[in-house]
Write a protein that binds this ligand. Sequence first.
Ligand SMILES: Nc1ncnc2c1ncn2[C@@H]1O[C@H](COP(=O)(O)OP(=O)(O)OP(=O)(O)O)[C@@H](O)[C@H]1O
Length: 273
Amino acid sequence: MKLEFRNVSKIFGEKAAVDDVSFTLEGAGFVGVIGRSGAGKSTLLRMVNRLGDASRGEILAGGTDILRLKGAEKRAWQSRCAMVFQQFNLVPRMDVASNVLHGLLGRRSTLATLFSLWNNEDIARALEILDRLGIAEQAAKRAEALSGGQQQRVAIARALMQDPDIILADEPIASLDPMNAQVVMDALKRIQTEDGRMVIANLHTLDTARRYCDRVIGMRDGRVVFDGRPDQLTTGVAREIYGADASFTEAATSTAIEGLAPDTEYAAALMGD
Ligand SMILES: Nc1ncnc2c1ncn2[C@@H]1O[C@H](COP(=O)(O)OP(=O)(O)OP(=O)(O)O)[C@@H](O)[C@H]1O
């Protein structure tokens, strides 16, 4: 899988949310996009699966500009890149297995979906995926009855049901406590390494990016200001990305996944979230 961003911009009114961004992702890998609130991370990710259009530029996948796709071709592309959201976006009153099966929405007729006409093979696969994510025993429960970490794993299962080449995760752990955050990040990492899928995740904390990513893209005011390996993310570089002054500390961008002080509210407040 090769994904090439060429001079991609997204303008809202007068403001460039994404400003002339170019970089290339090649092969399977875990890519983290970091930056403070409003840096343009979500806007960038949403353009990849066409939830939002670009104002300028190209995003090439296998030589095709996916920003120009229409109709069936656009839907086919969207099913190749599944999206996972901060707020899970499940159907709360629906059972977990049906939520997962809804990952097939883009691939089936509306009528079949409307009447929940899932075949046995689909159901078996949904259960297998839930099992892989350690939540098979929750399959019959309503999604709303699950913890946040479990709900996010259901959302990941729904994404996997699409059998996507790419998983786009928009702040997948921002609503979770440190322990659940770790379970969800571990699940995404396993999917990436074991299945060879590309994962692009917007992350609002440095420690998560350092721990899980093969490559980190740092955004500030819509621009890419860092593109490198996690070990190159020094405090100085982080300061540049987050636009903080000398009082900037690592704690301000930490979810404390490994630490003992899960003061995420404080960290989020410092990050302007
Ligand atoms: N639909 C919209 N209309 C107008 N402005 C928008 C819209 N969506 C995003 N923006 C603006 O674009 C900029 C980038 O927003 P974006 O959500 O991509 O940032 P982000 O880095 O993902 O931030 P966060 O971590 O808070 O989600 C912000 O200034 C935001 O206010």
